[in-house]
Design a protein around this ligand. Sequence first.
Ligand code: DX5
Ligand code: ZN
Length: 222
Amino acid sequence: MGMQIAPSLLSADFANLEAAAASIPGADWLHFDVMDNHFVPNLTFGVPVMEALAKVAQQPIDAHLMIEDPDRWAPAYAEAGAKSVTFHIEAAADPVKLAREIRNQGARAAIGLKPATPIDPYEDLLTELDMVLIMTVEPGFGGQKFMDACLPKIRRTRELLSKHGGEIWLQVDGGVSAETIERCAEAGADVFVAGSAVFGADHPDAMVSDLRSRAERHTCLR
Ligand code: DX5
Ligand code: ZN
């Protein structure tokens, strides 16, 4: 798998998500940020909206669940059509069981880490996962500034993934733009979420291509 771009619909027009998806045909994924006003201080959308979008969008949906009690709620997103489901490790009670349930529903399973959460304690969990999401802003809002302080954790996560082998993807989310994506690619990320950078651009689909070629030029994965 090469470098993949997952535009975040958090920065799209919520009154017309179908048109937002159609405006970025070159995107590898549609990143769908679910917020519950408890795990983060913001509220977005849930299963019914995602299910409706999955029926009309060409691209697969990458659900990022910034919610409490993912053990209870996350499998429903896979069942409703998400091809990738990320739950936050800070909120999960039994991550192994949850990752297995997500995979049993036919979706890729991933854990998300807030900026202050280290990866090392979760090394043993990696075999249960298809992706690790490293947040490079505090979760809750789009349009925040990329935190360079997270780059060492991206490098460390890539080290652990290489050590274990297999095909586990490393996603970065928060403040990713033409200015910051190259640093993320150099550090070992291979899936890039970008919300405001894509939907704030004059030509969103051209921005998707631009971001992907920058990542391809700077990736350390060859
Ligand atoms: C933040 C979300 C991100 C956000 C990214 O909590 O998880 O996916 O939408 O937006 P930008 O790219 O604008 O930082
Ligand atoms: Zn996200």
